[in-house]
Design a protein around this ligand. Structure first.
Ligand code: NAP
Length: 241
C-alpha cells in the first residue's frame, strides 16, 4: 500500500486527488491549513466507504510545520512513497502594483513550500531508493499570464525544480514530475464572471473548463507509472498546444 501526502488537500484539485488516491487503495495524509471543516468532511465522506485517511494541519510555507507533517506521516505509516505538492494561492494584479509582500508571499506559498516539502521527504525516499514527487504547477508557468506575473514565475520555478531534480534523483529511483493544469473549476476561479468564463471556454479547443477529478486522474496515472520523470504534463483541454 502506497503512503501519499497531498498538500492543500482540503479543497479543489487537492481534495479530488485525496479522494481518488484513497479510493484506489493508498494510505493518504490530507494536509490542510485553514479549511479544517472541509478536511473533516472529506475524511467523513471516505469513512462512510470504510476508507480511512489522516488529516493534518500545517502551513506548508513554513519549514517547521512541514517538518512536523513529515514526522507525523512517518510515525503513522513508517514510509512515504508519494508526495503531491498541490497547495497554492493565486493573485491577479498588474505587475506594476505587486508589492514586496505580494511577491514574497506568492513565492513562499507556491514555490518555497515545494522546496521545503520535497527536501523533507527526501531523506526517507533516498534511503529506500524509491519515491514519486508530483508538483502541481500551472499552464501559466509554461506560457505566462498577464496580471499574474508573480504566480507565473512561481509556477515556472516549480517546473524548473521538477526537471533539475528529476536528473539528480533518477539514480535513486525517485521520479519527479509536474502536472500543469489549464483552467479548472475550483474556488481559485470563483471570482470569474459568467462572461469571462464563456470567453475562456471559447479559447479552449475542448470548449470548457476542466474538473478537479480530471486532474486527479492524471495524478493517479503518474503515481502508478514507473518510467516518466522530469516531465511537465499539462491537462488543459488543448488551450496550450
Ligand atoms: P483552491 O481550490 O483555492 O485550493 C487551494 C488549496 O491549497 C486549499 O486546500 C488550501 O488549503 C491549500 N493551501 C493554500 N495555502 C496553503 C498553505 N500555506 N499551507 C497548506 N495548504 C495551503 O485551489 P485549486 O484550484 O484546487 O489549486 C490547487 C493547485 O492547482 C494550486 O497549486 C494551483 O496553483 C494549481 N492550479 C489551479 C488551476 C485552476 O484553474 N484552479 C490551474 C492551474 C494550477 P486551506 O483552505 O486548508 O488553507
Amino acid at each position: 500500500m502506497k503512503t501519499v501526502i497531498v498538500t492543500g488537500g482540503s479543497r479543489g484539485i487537492g481534495a479530488a486527488i485525496v479522494k481518488k488516491l484513497a479510493r484506489s487503495g493508498c494510505d493518504v495524509v490530507l494536509n490542510y491549513n485553514q479549511s479544517e471543516q472541509k478536511a473533516k468532511e472529506i475524511q467523513n465522506e471516505l469513512q462512510k466507504e470504510k476508507i480511512d485517511i489522516e488529516i493534518y494541519k500545517a502551513d506548508v510555507s513554513k519549514r517547521e510545520e512541514v517538518k512536523k507533517l513529515i514526522e507525523f506521516t512517518l510515525e503513522k505509516f513508517k514510509k512515504i512513497d508519494v508526495l503531491i505538492n498541490n497547495a497554492g494561492i493565486d493573485q491577479v494584479k498588474p505587475f506594476i502594483d505587486i508589492t514586496d509582500d505580494d511577491w514574497n508571499n506568492m513565492m513562499q506559498v507556491n514555490l518555497n513550500s515545494v522546496f521545503y516539502c520535497t527536501q523533507e521527504v527526501l531523506t526517507t525516499m533516498i534511503q529506500r531508493k524509491s519515491g514519486c514527487i508530483i508538483n502541481i504547477s500551472s499552464i501559466w508557468g509554461i506560457t505566462g499570464a498577464s496580471c499574474e506575473v508573480h504566480y507565473s514565475v512561481a509556477k515556472a520555478g516549480i517546473d524548473g525544480l521538477t526537471k533539475a531534480l528529476a536528473k539528480e534523483l533518477g539514480p535513486s529511483n525517485i521520479r519527479v514530475n509536474s502536472v500543469a493544469p489549464g483552467a479548472i473549476m475550483t474556488d481559485m476561479n470563483k471570482n470569474l464572471t459568467k462572461k469571462e468564463i464563456e470567453q475562456i471556454n471559447q479559447e479552449i479547443p475542448l470548449e470548457r473548463f476542466g474538473s478537479p477529478e480530471e486532474i486527479a486522474r492524471c495524478v493517479e496515472w503518474l503515481v502508478e507509472d514507473t518510467y516518466t520523470t522530469g516531465q511537465v504534463i499539462s491537462p488543459n483541454g488543448g488551450w496550450l498546444i
